[in-house]
Design a protein around this ligand. Structure first.
Ligand SMILES: [Zn+2]
Length: 114
């Protein structure tokens, strides 16, 4: 019985899941436990079956990787927005004439180019 359960990896860490059946007096308890992090689920819903319940929350490697990538890209985006704002502020300072040295450097470059 234990061997024919097809269990998906742990929904929290992706670790291997193991199925256990414990009979205490007249109660039958079924457990699925992650061998790595110890997350577990018991037969709270007998109509559904513990393995089905476990498998509906399965770890999805592709989804988890995509979510991690989204986090990275959001961080990158924040950094790029800061840079863009900095460049904008620098440019404004130059064009406003408040950054005299930068303005001189720009006009010197322009003179060299033409
Ligand atoms: Zn786990």
């Amino acid at each position: 019985m234990t061997l024919d359960k097809e269990l998906k990896p742990c929904p929290f860490c992706g670790g291997a899941a193991k199925y256990e059946k414990i009979r205490e007096s007249y109660d039958l308890e079924e457990f699925i436990e992650c061998a790595y992090c110890g997350a577990q689920m018991s037969n709270y819903d007998e109509s559904k079956g513990v393995e089905k319940a476990w498998n509906t929350r399965a770890y999805n490697k592709a989804l988890t990787e995509a979510q991690e990538r989204i986090k990275e890209l959001k961080k990158e985006n924040i950094e790029l927005e800061k840079l863009a704002q900095q460049w904008h502020d620098d440019y404004k300072a130059i064009t406003d004439g408040t950054d005299v040295i930068a303005k001189q450097a720009l006009s010197t470059d322009k003179d060299k180019g033409e």
